[in-house]
Design a binder for this molecule. Structure first.
Ligand SMILES: [Zn+2]
Length: 147
């Protein structure tokens, strides 16, 4: 006997804020991704970082638990600077900074920060932007360089 049920989404009653799925893409569109963010959006912490890269890219970053690149991974390029432990991914065609990911065990290891400017259908004027002090965060290099 098959216990069939309608597609039942498990709801996390412990979690007070709901999450909404958002789509994003780079400026020229080949790179597309989706992520889930707390709703309403003002509950989200959005960071304007002052590190030497963000100073130029002017990305507005939000740390996300998961994100999925569903198209255009072949267009993504990776850049690293400083301790080389933060991966910066940008579109190799239009140059848009799509997301960054830490590979440093001592700083948000494995976590991704997406560039909020690439999300579709959001009003960035409604989000509160916090200052991030990346300029003064000195990440230790990896003890064993995997390269
Ligand atoms: Zn692009």
């Amino acid at each position: 006997m098959v216990a069939s049920s309608k597609d039942s989404e498990k709801q996390d009653s412990m979690n007070h804020s709901t999450e909404v799925s958002y789509e994003g893409s780079c400026h020229c569109r080949p790179v597309g991704f989706s992520t889930r963010l707390p709703s309403p959006l003002p509950h989200l912490t959005v960071i304007s970082c002052n590190c030497s890269y963000c100073h130029i890219a002017d990305s507005l970053l939000a740390f996300v638990d998961d994100m999925e690149i569903h198209q255009g991974t072949e267009s993504l390029k990776e850049y690293r600077f400083g301790s080389h432990t933060i991966q910066i991914f940008f579109c190799g065609i239009c140059g848009a900074n799509v997301y960054n990911k830490s590979v440093n065990p001592k700083f948000r290891f494995g976590q991704c920060a997406i560039n909020m400017r690439l999300l579709h259908g959001i009003d960035l004027g409604t989000v509160e932007v916090s200052k991030g002090d990346g300029k003064n965060i000195h990440l230790p290099p990896l003890e064993e360089d995997p390269l």
